[in-house]
Write a protein that binds this ligand. Structure first.
Ligand SMILES: Nc1ncnc2c1ncn2[C@@H]1O[C@H](COP(=O)(O)OP(=O)(O)O)[C@@H](O)[C@H]1O
Ligand SMILES: [Mg+2]
Length: 471
């Protein structure tokens, strides 16, 4: 058995200065020598007469493992665990090398305590997993605000891929709904190390809006410097859209009540005027007066027609609700519309899902809805060549009819107004502005929805949906 002289150099036991654990083993894994760190940390006793074994400092479950890896680990990095003097277990990592002296083989181990490092790494891994898999869209940017990380939820909600976002400023998502002062306020707050919380409107890759509640927290390094920012979003788009719909339907309802009241008030005097005009027409012999009275009559008729539409709508329907085949309704409406003389250059395309379930509705009223929408589509083409496509399809809980035209489209600013009563862009005598308002009310009364998308000069798409579950 050689003396414990392996760790000596011409300078003395330099290895005792090393923070690493240094061990010399023979081929039977006896500990022949150890440096000071090994002695202090692991309580290794170097006793050439009765050497200890490496297994004395290995936790039980590490022994077989160690024996099996060591012979194949020449000059390589290994990771294992040691039991310390106080019984606690540490993770160690380091290099192993075999040395030959004559016939004898030795192992040199230089190991570092990586317990803390491993724990931090694991913590980091856990955090990054949480961030990666959370349903909340999350972005991380550097100290200049340039995005360095986005999670899959962020990709999903924005429609952009990671590659498209990394290296960009988050203003790529700007909806331009918040002004410069707003954002400079946010920036001022976060660079001063404070957390910012607020609701914002963003824009997806396809241009559609999405709303989020955003928390931006500065990431501060060990020296108190800002290393970047963490932006965590909560998607509240659905909630905001519901709110907007509620506001819209409430406005419609109040306008409806008002209109019905006016119709009633105007209706009575109008009837009086109309009968008086007829009496005078019959009794008068003055041709000039008769001619003017005829004019009055036609104007009165026009008002009466408008009033009737209003009253029709506001009067609770006496007609019965019954299972209704939407496809048949669509065909009926189309037949009526196609009689018109403005349709000769229009191609009508029907793509109806024949498996459509029936919905609960009053058929006559639903026909009215589609006549209105189809007439508008015809008008939008202005007697030019074009196409009107009507499709029907079923979703999980609703049936949808989609009417698309290649007409003149609707300006974005008018999209909200078209459902309001008396909103029309048609010349007097051609439009009352009541069609969509009435249609919207009818569809709503059966629990449905009407929505519209349009591109000016390219066309419009009206989608009418009705719930069908539970019929
Ligand atoms: N398919 C469409 N294409 C273009 N504009 C449309 C379309 N449907 C409706 N509109 C617009 O909405 C307005 C209101 O429609 P509506 O309530 O039916 O009243 P009206 O047809 O009497 O004008 C129309 O005047 C038109 O400006
Ligand atoms: Mg109309």
């Amino acid at each position: 058995m050689p003396e414990a002289s392996f760790l000596f150099s011409q300078y003395g036991r330099v290895v005792d200065l090393m923070p690493e654990i240094v061990l010399i083993l023979d081929d039977d894994y006896r500990i022949l020598d150890a440096n000071k760190t090994a002695v202090d940390e692991l309580g290794v006793v170097v006793r050439p007469a009765h050497p200890k074994y490496i297994s004395d400092i290995l936790p039980d479950d590490e022994r077989n493992n160690f024996r099996s890896v060591l012979p194949f680990t020449d000059q390589r990095i290994i990771e294992t665990r040691f039991r310390k003097r106080d019984g606690s277990i540490i993770n160690v990592k380091g290099g192993v090398r075999s040395l030959h002296s004559g016939q004898t083989k030795y192992w040199v181990l230089i190991m570092r305590d990586v317990t803390e490092e491993n724990r931090k790494e694991l913590d980091l891994l856990r955090f990054s997993n949480v961030i990666h898999n959370t349903i909340n869209p999350i972005q991380i940017s550097d100290a200049h605000g340039t995005m360095v990380y986005v999670n899959p939820a962020f990709e999903k909600v924005t429609g952009y891929t990671t590659e498209e976002l990394i290296g960009k400023n988050p203003n790529i998502l700007s909806s331009r709904k918040h002004d410069k002062e707003f954002w400079s306020g946010v920036w001022k707050q976060i660079v001063s190390g404070k957390v910012w919380v607020g609701k914002i409107e963003n824009r997806r890759r396809d241009g559609s809006p999405f709303f989020t509640e955003l928390v931006i927290s500065p990431i501060v390094d060990a020296h108190g410097r800002i290393a970047g920012f963490l932006g965590a979003h909560r998607d509240i788009t659905e909630q905001i859209i519901l709110e907007q719909q509620l506001v819209r339907s409430q406005r419609m309802e109040s306008i409806g009540t008002l209109a019905a009241g006016i119709a009633h008030e105007v209706g009575n005097p109008l009837t009086a005027i109309s009968s008086l005009v007829q009496v005078i027409q019959r009794t008068s012999t003055d041709e000039f007066a008769k001619e003017k009275l005829e004019l009055i009559n036609s104007q009165v008729n026009r008002i009466t027609r408008i009033i009737r539409e209003l009253v029709d709508f506001s009067r609770p329907s006496a007609r019965v609700v019954k299972p209704t085949n939407i496809n048949r309704i669509v065909r009926d409406a189309l037949n009526i519309v196609q009689y018109g003389k403005k349709v000769k250059d229009i191609t009508f395309t029907l793509e109806l899902d024949e498996q459509l379930p029936e919905i609960a509705a009053v058929p006559d009223q639903i026909v009215q809805v589609f006549i209105n929408i189809l007439m508008n589509a015809v008008d939008s083409l202005d007697e030019r060549r074009g196409t009107i496509t009507v499709r029907s399809r079923r979703n999980e809980q609703s049936v949808e009819v989609i009417v698309h035209d290649t007409g003149k489209g609707i300006e974005p600013s008018a999209l909200e107004k078209i459902f309001e009563p008396f909103y029309t862009t048609k010349t007097s005598g051609h439009g009352t502005g009541l069609g969509l308002w009435v249609s919207y009310g009818i569809v709503k009364s059966f629990g449905g929805e009407v929505s519209v998308e349009s591109i000016p000069e390219q066309g419009s798409t009206f989608t009418v949906s009705f719930p069908w579950k539970g019929l």
